[in-house]
Write a protein that binds this ligand. Structure first.
Ligand code: ADP
Length: 322
């Protein structure tokens, strides 16, 4: 019966995502900060910090087109570039946002796909595309009828989508009563961790190497002390002080903004309905799974949740098609 209820809940949510559009997820009024690609990278950092945001769409004013999304990954790329070519620090300071693609090439990382979706397409499509490209946020791009020009309407994140589900589907999320342990939600083996005394640079290298956006910081007994997130890199380099990256994780985490939402934990016995309650109430970016003594057991990322909600029990062929 638990199985049937769980499936019924998932189906309900999937149907919901098919009849709603990305546009529906947007709040009634919002502010969108779009950055011109002519801007110095250095400058872009202070703009993000001043506005209390961690990403922004880029606009190429020469061609009047959308030029991708600026995220913490781009700054991490700049840091890697600096590590590989430390004698070029003066140049790094002069880089514009338009050089980000050259930086990717120079350090040999694959450029992120500049996926976008039309705001009036079903939300389900945006979710599928997010999972497929591993994008954590997707810009909504529309075309102006009169000028034929692209317009960035907004950006939707995994968190916004999950929150939208949580707020509008309580009758379905409450059916998701199977414990996290049973549905295998999240990652429990080969966890990548660091300690307070590791340097920021050590942790950045770990995130790049394993393609993850957060590293739990644990003590010698494996108890969770904190989590270093990719976005924590932004305040570390705000003054262009790349040397500071040798500072310890402990020092870096003290730079977090005052409104930092905190880290969220859960146990392997928690159920998805409880996780949706947490998402409904708080700005969660991931859940750290701990035991009763706060020892690290696993990590549940928002992509793990989105993947489960969209794909669990779907036909394999169906997944490959879309
Ligand atoms: P998201 O895509 O939601 O931003 P991540 O990039 O952090 O999340 O996670 C990608 C995948 O890697 C997920 O399946 C997650 O469970 C796993 N993961 C995240 N952090 C770690 C970590 N520190 N060690 C091992 N696996 C992790």
């Amino acid at each position: 019966a638990l199985d049937r209820e769980q499936m019924q809940g998932l189906k309900g949510i999937r149907e919901f995502l098919k009849v709603r559009t990305s546009y529906d997820v947007l709040p009634l009024s919002f502010r969108l900060v779009v950055l011109d690609t002519e801007l110095l990278i250095k400058k872009s950092l202070s703009i993000l910090i001043q506005n209390g945001i961690v990403s922004a769409p880029l606009w190429d004013s020469k061609t009047s087109t959308f030029a991708g999304l600026l995220t913490s990954t781009d700054y991490i790329n700049v840091i890697q570039y600096y590590c590989q070519f430390p004698h070029e620090i003066d140049q790094v300071d002069q880089f514009r946002l338009s050089s980000l693609r050259d930086i990717e090439r120079a350090i040999g990382v694959l450029p992120l796909e500049t996926v976008s979706v039309h705001p009036m397409r079903p939300l389900y499509e945006a979710c599928r595309r997010m999972l497929k490209t591993r994008a954590r946020r997707i810009p909504l791009v529309d075309v102006d009828d009169e000028t034929g020009r692209e317009m960035v309407v907004s950006v939707i994140t995994q968190y916004r989508i999950l929150k939208f589900i949580a707020v509008n589907n309580e009758k379905y999320t409450m059916l998701l009563k199977k414990p996290v342990r049973e549905i295998g939600l999240g990652t429990y083996t080969d966890l990548v961790t660091a300690s307070m005394s590791n340097s920021v640079l050590d942790v950045i290298h770990l995130m790049v190497k394993h393609n993850i956006s957060a590293v739990p910081i644990i003590d010698s007994e494996g108890k969770v002390l904190n989590v270093f997130e990719a976005v924590d890199v932004i305040p570390c380099i705000r003054d262009g002080l790349y040397e500071e990256l040798t500072a310890s994780v402990g020092d870096a985490l003290s730079l977090r903004p005052e409104d930092f939402p905190g880290i969220y934990t859960c146990s392997e016995d928690d159920r998805l309905d409880a996780i949706f309650d947490t998402i409904r109430k708080s700005r969660v970016h991931r859940l750290i799974v701990v035991d009763d003594d706060n020892h690290l057991r696993g990590i549940i990322s928002l992509s793990d949740i989105l993947k489960y909600v969209l794909l669990y029990g779907e036909e394999e062929d169906d997944i490959r098609d879309t």
